[in-house]
Design a binder for this molecule. Structure first.
Ligand code: ADP
Ligand code: MG
Length: 356
């Protein structure tokens, strides 16, 4: 039997409306979330947000605890990049802690080119399936003696296996043909070796999906030279972050693509390359589409597919047909120009509060 790639996750719903946790985070997060809310309000999307700001300078953990409790209650969240105050060793990044606490073991980044966007490669259509809770992000580091630092990279068969199974199921249910395991098992023979061997074992359960593997170094070179050779990339946490950024960089940068985080119980949606954008905050210049695409992913996850399609089409028309591009794409549009144009398309298609 064909297993669904995306786990069935409970959602908070009352009278047809969903409640979703919204964590704006730092930098450009709050302005982007305001646009998400504006568009949802305009389109009559039946979603209520529980907005929680986490003060990175607060001495107490209350904001943080409330955020986690809220996601556990609602099952679904949309987030920006959350800042962690302390640079102190032993303090775990809150973004990492959130993924760990909610068991969000997989990050899915689907990168599909928008025609007409300034880019290094056209017609890219790749999916990165990234391990999201272990590997180099264990944040277990110490200085064993002065001048000697050890950093632990954790790879388990259990996490590697369910990630691999997710990737192959995703490939199968989304019409993909090939999964490539990205690793450095020639050097990290035990850790990456475990990840690679596990993916080879799981691949046997999916004879309809081609499987191969590639060393991370060569992967970066091949991505830059000939990205069309890849289909689904299955990879550990750090290599996933690197390859995601390389791919986004090839086809338009940090402002366009969204990423999805799944576990057995919760789903969290965010911009794909997880940037804070501190230097561009509050200037009406940031590209809003990565966050808007995250909101579309969220609507699809909740089953509000008509609203998702309407907003997705308005985003596509704004970028591809009207070519309303912010500075990061070489354009001159402001963030609000983009949003106004999305609203205009929704109005033209008569998508407003009463449509659906
Ligand atoms: P990090 O949060 O990882 O430190 P940055 O916030 O510095 O990353 O983002 C990396 C780069 O991407 C910066 O040049 C930033 O301006 C740019 N960037 C990130 N998000 C956006 C966006 N939404 N629109 C335009 N540029 C963006
Ligand atoms: Mg940063």
């Amino acid at each position: 039997p064909v297993q669904k790639a995306i786990p069935k996750i409970p959602k908070a719903q009352y009278g047809g409306r969903h409640t979703v946790t919204m964590l704006p985070g730092g930098g450009i997060g709050s302005e982007l979330m305001n646009y998400v809310r504006e568009i949802f309000r305009y389109a009559g999307v039946p979603v209520d947000f529980e907005v929680l700001d986490i003060d990175p300078n607060s001495e107490s953990n209350d904001d943080w605890d409330n955020a986690i409790t809220s996601i556990k209650r609602n099952g679904v969240a949309i987030k920006g990049n959350i800042e962690t105050k302390s640079e102190q060793i032993g303090i775990i990044s809150r973004n990492v802690a959130l993924r760990n606490e909610l068991g969000l073991y997989v990050n899915v980044l689907h990168c599909k080119s928008y025609p007409g966007v300034r880019c290094h490669h056209k017609d890219v259509d790749l999916v990165v399936v990234r391990q999201n809770t272990e590997g180099e992000y264990a944040m277990l580091e110490h200085e064993s003696v002065s001048g000697v630092v050890e950093s632990l990279k954790i790879i388990t068969v259990e996490a590697s296996e369910r990630l691999a199974r997710f990737a192959f199921n995703y490939a199968r249910t989304n019409g993909r043909k090939k999964v490539t395991t990205i690793h450095k098992a020639n050097i990290m023979k035990l850790s990456d070796g475990c990840f690679l061997e596990t993916s080879r074992r799981i691949a046997k359960e999916f004879p309809d999906i081609k499987h191969d593997d590639m060393i991370i170094d060569n992967t970066c070179m091949q991505l830059v030279a000939r990205p069309a050779q890849f289909d689904v990339l299955l990879t550990t946490n750090l290599y996933g972050s690197i390859t995601s950024n390389v791919i986004c960089g090839l086809i338009g940068g940090a402002g366009l693509y969204s990423g999805r985080n799944y576990g057995d119980h919760y789903a969290v949606f965010e911009p794909g390359t997880r940037n804070t954008g501190t230097s561009i905050a509050g200037k009406n210049i940031c590209n809003p589409f990565a966050m808007l695409n995250a909101s579309v992913d969220m609507l699809n996850h909740l089953g509000h597919t008509q609203h998702a399609q309407a907003i997705e089409a308005a985003i596509y028309d704004t970028i591809v047909v009207d070519k309303i591009h912010t500075a990061d794409l070489g354009g001159t549009a402001s963030t609000t120009d983009c949003i106004q144009n999305v609203l205009k398309h929704l109005a033209e298609k008569h998508v407003s509060c009463s449509t659906f």
